[in-house]
Design a protein around this ligand. Structure first.
Ligand code: PRP
Ligand code: URA
Length: 195
């Protein structure tokens, strides 16, 4: 909450914003991955053999472009072996509908544990479209992780994809009439990239 408050502050420049966003993403990854299944893995220590643990499935991290890129390094600090898929979705400022413009996923993404990331869940349109796309690619196990969520977005997501767990650092009050989250943090992409 303290880091999120610093990040919401309109005086935070893109350097501070990026650092804080990645720090929070890293801390959240601990919670998000808490229940991922593991399998036994033999380990030879310098003293003897033992049975350790390894993740049961490989991990694919999928940031929704652009703003999801702002969380990627933080998540990779905890999951350095993850592969990266990319999903380009641009929200039309008039209709508030997501418009896809790019995608690239690992070929065996369907067999992996997928973590879809985007700092903002506003109307939910982008997250719904992202999850639909991943399901069409055959993904069976995924979670969605964001930083700030509007109640409207959570509801929309649960309505279309009720089985996909949503992790957020904050549930904010509401959307304004332009689809921005209140109190929110403004336009995440612009604040990350200084645009
Ligand atoms: C922002 C944000 C989400 C989306 C959330 O991205 O990063 O992807 O809006 O809004 P929604 O829940 O109403 O769909 P935007 O489309 O502005 O693109 P950007 O990341 O390139 O700034
Ligand atoms: N996208 C953002 O970046 N911020 C919002 O408040 C809503 C959508």
């Amino acid at each position: 909450r303290t880091k999120l408050s610093e990040l919401r502050d309109y005086t935070a420049g893109h350097r501070a914003f990026r650092a804080l966003l990645n720090e929070i993403a890293m801390l959240m990854t601990y919670e998000v991955t808490r229940d991922w299944p593991t399998v036994p893995k033999p380990v030879q220590t310098p003293l003897e053999r033992m049975t350790g643990h390894a993740l049961a499935r490989t991990v694919t991290l999928v940031p929704i472009l652009r703003a999801g890129l702002g969380m990627t390094d933080g998540v990779l600090r905890i999951l350095p072996d993850a592969r990266l898929g990319h999903l380009g979705l641009r929200r039309n400022e008039q209709t508030l509908q997501p418009e896809p413009y790019y995608n690239k996923l690992p070929p065996d993404v369907a067999e992996t544990e997928v973590l879809l990331i985007d700092p903002m869940l506003a109307t939910g349109g982008s997250a719904v479209a992202g999850i639909t796309f991943l399901k069409e690619a055959g993904v069976r196990s995924m979670k969605f992780m964001c930083l700030v969520a509007a109640p409207e977005g959570i509801q929309a997501l649960h309505q279309v994809h009720p089985e996909v767990p949503v992790y957020t650092a904050s549930i904010d009050r509401q959307l304004n009439d332009r689809g921005y989250i209140l109190p929110g943090l403004g336009d995440a992409g612009d604040r990350i990239f200084g645009t």
